[in-house]
Design a protein around this ligand. Structure first.
Ligand SMILES: [Zn+2]
Length: 237
């Protein structure tokens, strides 16, 4: 990742190319999109950790602390993101916040400031049996979702099946070869309902950063096209 980071910085500063018929040209390159997991996303976008306040790179949802009491670990605190429609981030606001964070030397509304840039690492795993579902990676959940969920969910109450169907429908529409505006609206409606119902069914304790991010899938497909075009599942191992 260090090499990739250094090269990105070099490309952003500009590289001189010789173009036949034109001559020497200094061309700058900027990252406009990337496929990453949550920790790597925070690092590449120079945002605070995905478990911190204002960690969503798409909107200004703040998140709140949720305390868990259990026998194993008496008391622990996690970050949850209650269902809300918060203001969406844009370039001009975020540029100012990033400058402010750099000047203060501490995060401002999720922007970490230049001193906090770190390099992510990646891992790859072999496919495992369903016994290890608690530790499944995204690739394993993908297979389970598309090939095994209809059988497994027979054992669950209809309200869970209906809820899961929202996600399955949204993912399938968002993965179509060609996506139109109607599909984007449909994906937004399905996933907003899914996240809203998730909070009702599973409670605030499970409104994690990953669940909150589903509210922004329609923005990604509007900006970059169908999900399969930038799927990172192959990198999950
Ligand atoms: Zn958000």
């Amino acid at each position: 990742m260090d090499m990739i980071y250094q090269e990105c910085a070099q490309l952003e500063a500009g590289v001189t190319f010789f173009i036949p018929g034109v001559g020497e040209q200094n061309i700058k390159f900027f990252i406009i999109a990337s496929c990453t997991d949550k920790p790597a996303q925070s690092l590449l976008t120079n945002m605070v950790s995905h478990n911190a306040n204002y960690s969503c790179a798409k909107c200004f949802t703040e998140g709140e602390n949720f305390t868990i009491y259990s026998k194993k670990v008496r008391k622990s605190t996690i970050k949850v993101f209650p269902y809300r429609n918060d203001e969406v981030r844009n370039n001009s606001i975020c540029n100012n916040l990033a400058i402010e964070a750099g000047q203060h030397g501490s995060p401002v509304k999720g922007h970490a400031g230049l001193s906090s840039v770190k390099i992510p690492t990646t891992t790859s795993r072999r496919f495992r049996t369903i016994k290890h579902i608690a530790r499944f990676k995204a690739n394993e959940f993908r297979s389970l979702m598309h090939h095994g969920s209809t059988v497994l969910l027979q054992a669950k109450l209809p309200k869970y099946r209906r809820h899961f169907a929202l996600l399955l429908a949204a993912v399938n529409i968002a993965s179509k070869d060609i996506i139109d505006n109607y599909d984007i609206i449909l994906v937004k409606e399905l996933l907003h309902q899914y996240v809203k119902d998730w909070q009702k069914i599973f409670g605030l304790r499970h409104m994690s950063s990953n669940i909150h991010s589903l509210l922004h899938i329609h923005e990604s497909i509007q900006f970059l096209g169908p999900l399969y075009m930038y799927s990172a599942f192959n990198f999950e191992g």
